[in-house]
Design a protein around this ligand. Sequence first.
Ligand SMILES: [Zn+2]
Length: 342
Amino acid sequence: MVSRAVVIGPARYAVDSGIDSHPPIGESARMYGEVFAGDEMWGTDCCRVLTEDEVQTADAVMRALQEAADETGPDDIFLVVYVGHGQYWSDVPGAQVHFSVGSSYRDKPWTWLSSWYVYRVMRKARARLKVLIADCCYSNLLPQLGEEPVLPGVLGALDEGTCVFTAVKNANFASADGCSALPGNFSKCTPFSGHLLRILQDGTKDHNHQLTIGLLREAVKKEMENCTGAQHQVPRMSLNDARDGTPLFTNQMELKKRDPVPQLPVEPADWVKTLMMDRDSRLDELLKDERKTGDVVALLSSRPDEASRHLARHIDVRANQAFNSPHAFARYWNQVEKALRV
Ligand SMILES: [Zn+2]
């Protein structure tokens, strides 16, 4: 396995650039390297934190990304972490988020790294799961790329295995230093990265031994919502796809401190909650009940958000494979149809 992680964190900018140098960016990048190295699923060889020289230019960042992408194979994960300043110009061709590099100037779009290039290298990587964790201004606009409907196209077709996990904010984080509620070096990181890193280092109470992007997202969201240090904007996952059941990190929490394995959900709404967090871990159990599966797909299809509808389609594909007798399929489809008619 040659999964690769690349961490990009330009913290320093020219004095006359109009961009604030922001030490928490550099500290976050360093801590990603440290925390990934301590995770047996990654270790020191798989993670590359770009040096200050490398984050100086878009060219050097892209070279490093391309190199890492080329090393991944079809069983691997390609993880890109960007911590820095984001910018969004609506008056440049194909308006999109731009990432700052060390040589960027505030009002010179051509000195920034277009997120399209980052997406392109990710999309073309052979890795089966590609994840972008973005902690920057305007990261909430990251999926706003290209034509409608934007989401699935951003990183390639949905089943190419891609997902974006971002801090949601459209304001510069220069005003907020770290989160004072976090211990040690985590408090010197940006709030989003600080909370995320703390969870990666200490684990979560979830019973699973490994963290999928869904579990990680839930844990970060919960912790930031309940944080006593500050009122945080809560992160979200912009894009989710078929392979988010792939384990990404080790759950470092001791077994005895974790919650017991939860009971099987009963109500469709409980199933939805469970599957939104980890779409595959209990899906086989749901598929034992055709009617219930139909209820869950119907409920998901009725919800307005894109993630619910993605999940509905995913379950529907599995249901079509699983219910190969006409009677079983009819039991499933009756429930879906009944709900759709209402
Ligand atoms: Zn906090």
